[in-house]
Design a protein around this ligand. Structure first.
Ligand code: DAT
Ligand code: MG
Length: 139
């Protein structure tokens, strides 16, 4: 069965959205294969996770945000889970995320001192899912 990797980012944990996000995963019928609260995520791990973004000018605040508090990480499985979870998350930019998606309902736009806070992460392809699962769970 297809698997994907997800994160409830520090904003989601801080705002008490863990139950809300897990409810949506369960409601959709996906199976939670792994679930771990990580209280000390290193900058090195986040740099590897976002290896394609590390060189971008907007990246340093993202690194800071992603290491600013506990995150919930997990693996979920089900038919077409990679694409469907991305649909359930909604668009990257809060102003583009449709109502009814997690980001459309909860994400916060960037402000002067904060990057985009969009609550959740999900792997964007089969290749990313494999890489991210290995990175977060097999080290
Ligand atoms: P996604 O999280 O939808 O997979 P991504 O992998 O392109 O999007 O980027 C990871 C995070 O980095 C994203 O959730 C928010 C931030 N981000 C992405 N592109 C950005 C940009 N152009 N400006 C500011 N922040 C950005
Ligand atoms: Mg991404």
């Amino acid at each position: 069965m297809e698997q994907t990797f997800f994160i409830i980012k520090p904003d989601g944990v801080k705002r008490g959205l863990v139950g809300e996000v897990l409810k949506r995963i369960e409601q959709r019928g996906f199976t939670i294969e792994k679930l771990e609260l990580r209280t000390k995520v290193s900058e090195g791990l986040i740099d590897q996770h976002y290896q394609d973004l590390v060189g971008q000018s907007f990246y340093p605040p993202i690194r800071e945000f992603m290491t600013s508090g506990p995150v919930l990480v997990g693996i979920i499985s089900g038919p077409k889970v990679i694409e469907t979870w991305r649909t359930m998350m909604g668009a990257t930019r809060p102003e583009e995320a449709l109502p009814g998606t997690i980001r459309g309902d909860f994400a916060k736009a960037a402000s002067e001192n904060q990057p985009i806070q969009n609550v959740v992460h999900g792997s964007d392809s089969e290749e990313s899912a494999k890489r991210e699962i290995a990175l977060w769970f097999e080290n």
